[in-house]
Design a protein around this ligand. Structure first.
Ligand SMILES: [Zn+2]
Ligand SMILES: [Zn+2]
Length: 329
């Protein structure tokens, strides 16, 4: 395996784990029936998603196989509020080993009513750059990706380069090299539109939404609809007693949340759920009973023909401006 691949995996694992951790509980919506729609359609009233503004959680991850464990870097999750009063969730992961740097930043911004995600932004920097977005409206999610412009009839002069000619005149032509790395040649393009019949979440907001729900052992499993790139998933979440768990951040009495994703709405049955960054299959998350913070995540990380065991532990918790209390009603 190449170093790039390994590093990517590790970063992916961390984020996925961290994110997936909480996404378990997302779908439990428990949406009360009510009439609340501008277009006169009858739709369920949607409860506000209450998040712990100012909270900062740091996780450390490791990957293991046959008793050999590798430090896989760290991931930081924060909740803030922007100038417009919207809740912003940010997840940053960094791989620190293998002589390689790769950082991934994922941001989910809730809409003004705090009932759904408004935008999702994925930015991977370092050796392999990738950037993509998802914008959410009530009935539509649009997947947007930044790519080199390859439009056949594009007239944007910013995309043009001078082509030298030995025999004729030099000419300005549209750059046709999609790997040219000239930032001005890149543009945002809609890649896919998802028509939605109900509220959906991106991977990150799903996680935090789940946290705000307070599932307990014995509760019926819930299902969380998630949109990711071209794909849609239903993540089934079930909670059991998890016992006491010891991680660097402390000892916690926990619930164990198990997440099982399945493809939905056009996503092929044999597609693998890739979480936010590539984790797939069933994921187990231990959640502190009191704060609802994920303290430990375990799952499989497929790597070529192998499955690596991923383990992500809560390392530290801090709080900026406002107190981090999860509303529990
Ligand atoms: Zn162009
Ligand atoms: Zn170019």
């Amino acid at each position: 395996m190449s170093r790039i691949a390994v590093t990517t995996l590790i970063v992916a694992t961390l984020c996925v784990l961290g994110l997936a951790i909480q996404s378990a509980r997302v779908s439990a919506d428990g949406v009360p029936k009510g009439k609340d729609d501008v277009e006169g359609k009858i739709k369920p009233a949607i409860a506000k998603i209450s998040l712990p503004i100012g909270e900062r959680l740091v996780y450390r991850g490791s990957l293991s196989k046959a008793g050999v464990s590798v430090d896989a870097g760290s991931a930081t999750f924060t909740v803030t509020e922007n100038a417009a009063g919207q809740t912003v969730i940010t997840a940053c992961a960094e791989a620190e080993k293998f002589g390689y740097s790769l950082a991934t930043k994922v941001t989910s911004t809730l809409d003004e009513s705090s009932t759904r995600p408004a935008t999702y932004h994925y930015l991977q920097s370092g050796s392999e750059q990738r950037e993509k977005k998802m914008s959410f409206k009530e009935d539509l999610a649009t997947y947007i990706r930044e790519k080199h412009c390859m439009e056949p009839n594009c007239r944007d002069r910013g995309h043009f380069i001078l082509r030298r000619s030995l025999i004729g005149k030099d000419k300005f032509v549209h750059c046709g090299d999609r790997d040219c790395r000239i930032p001005a040649h890149r543009h945002w393009k809609n890649r896919h539109e998802h028509a939605l019949g109900e509220r959906h979440f991106d991977m990150l907001s799903a996680v935090y939404y789940a946290r705000s729900l307070g599932l307990k052992p014995g509760d019926a499993p819930i299902e969380v609809p998630v949109v990711n790139d071209h794909d849609r998933w239903i993540v089934r979440a079930e909670v059991k007693e998890g016992g006491r768990i010891k991680v660097p951040a402390g000892k916690f009495p926990t619930y164990k949340l198990t997440l099982e994703p399945r493809p939905a709405a056009g996503t092929k049955p044999n597609d693998e759920f890739k979480g936010l960054f590539g984790l797939n299959g069933t994921i187990h998350i231990w959640i502190d009973k009191k704060t609802k913070r994920p303290v430990l995540v375990q799952g499989k990380f497929p790597f070529g023909p192998m499955n690596l065991q991923a383990r992500v532990e809560l390392d530290s918790v801090s709080q900026t401006d406002k107190p981090a209390t999860l509303k529990s009603d």
